[in-house]
Design a protein around this ligand. Structure first.
Ligand SMILES: [Zn+2]
Length: 101
């Protein structure tokens, strides 16, 4: 194992993902700041690792569909999608909920 991979493994664990400790709460300022990508409709906040992502409508709908929920046609600027895991961490990604900051 080379040094870079060794450091990465120590930081991220053997899975290559951040460990989801589940103790994070959304940053109000970050949620309320304007979306940066033109095709984004909502932010995803992961309580597992604390990261925030911008989602396209397709992706947000896909996540919500997995828990039998739907995305409103108009998303308010203070709304965000909260999940218990994401692509960057080991969280289970079986909970998605639209919340307001
Ligand atoms: Zn995460």
């Amino acid at each position: 194992m080379n040094i870079q991979n060794k450091v990465k493994t120590q930081l991220l664990g053997a899975t290559g993902r951040l460990k989801a400790d589940g103790n994070h709460s959304a940053d109000r300022e970050k949620i309320l700041s304007p979306l940066e990508r033109g095709d984004s409709v909502i932010r995803l906040f992961c309580t597992g690792c604390g990261l925030t992502f911008e989602l396209t409508r397709d992706l947000a709908e896909k996540y919500l569909r997995s828990v039998s929920k739907t995305l409103p046609s108009i998303v308010d600027p203070d709304e965000y999608l909260e999940s218990n895991g994401c692509g960057a961490c080991t969280g289970s990604r079986d909970s998605f909920e639209i919340k307001k900051v």
